[in-house]
Design a protein around this ligand. Structure first.
Ligand code: GRF
Length: 201
């Protein structure tokens, strides 16, 4: 049976597309059972729909407007995802921090992709912050990591894969971002491949 993946996104979904393509090319013995976005305009929702994958839109705003807690939102998100019975949940550019109301429903089954090396630049705008640190002479390289999300700590958890990305004097933020995104697709696929192999072993 193909491994069942739920993919959570907030934006462009280029990493989602990489997974879709890898499955289509039979590089991954997996099936994306649902794509969830917290943003209606996320282009990744269109990518999923085009590939015939069920999509769900789960916005935070109505919860805020009703004075509900973030944990209510996360519990409802967990219900949505659980209904599709995923083996793994892939955070591929999901821009909300997940609370235990979600994570405890899927212990050690949530993975996250972050465009920085472990321990460096957690949170948003990681590539930009790395670029600025390079320009300030503080670092010479940045990178990417894929890790398990066992708890509420941001961009931290047992590492599944990392890759260093050198920064060059001629780099602009734009071409560094482009290089990182290209490398991300490879490392994310490699990490998912290993998870699937581990489940099958
Ligand atoms: C990636 O840089 C990922 O590392 C970060 O959000 C971005 C998502 O890109 N968490 P995309 O939506 O997959 O194109």
């Amino acid at each position: 049976m193909p491994t069942r993946l739920a993919v959570l996104i907030s934006g462009n979904g280029s990493n989602l597309q990489a997974i879709i393509d890898a499955i289509r090319m039979r590089m991954l013995d997996a099936e994306i059972v649902v794509v969830v976005s917290n943003r209606k305009e996320a282009y990744g929702l269109q990518r999923a729909a085009k590939a015939g994958i069920p999509t769900r839109y789960h916005p935070l705003q109505p919860y805020r407007a009703a004075g509900q807690e973030r944990t209510d939102y996360d519990a409802a998100l967990a219900d949505i995802v659980a209904a599709y019975k995923p083996d793994w949940i892939v955070l591929a550019g999901w821009l909300h921090i997940l609370s235990d109301a979600f994570l405890q429903r899927f212990p050690y089954r949530v993975i996250n992709l972050h465009p920085a090396l472990p321990g460096q630049f957690p949170g948003i705008n990681a590539i930009q912050r790395a670029f600025e640190a390079y320009q300030a002479g503080k670092i010479k390289k940045t990178g990417i990591m894929v890790h398990l999300v066992p708890d509420e700590q941001v961009d931290s958890g047992p590492i599944l894969a990392t890759q260093e990305v050198l920064i060059y004097p001629s780099d602009t933020l734009e071409n560094l971002e482009k290089r990182i995104h290209q490398a991300e697709h490879q490392i994310l696929l490699a990490a998912i491949y290993r998870l699937i192999e581990g489940d099958e072993a």
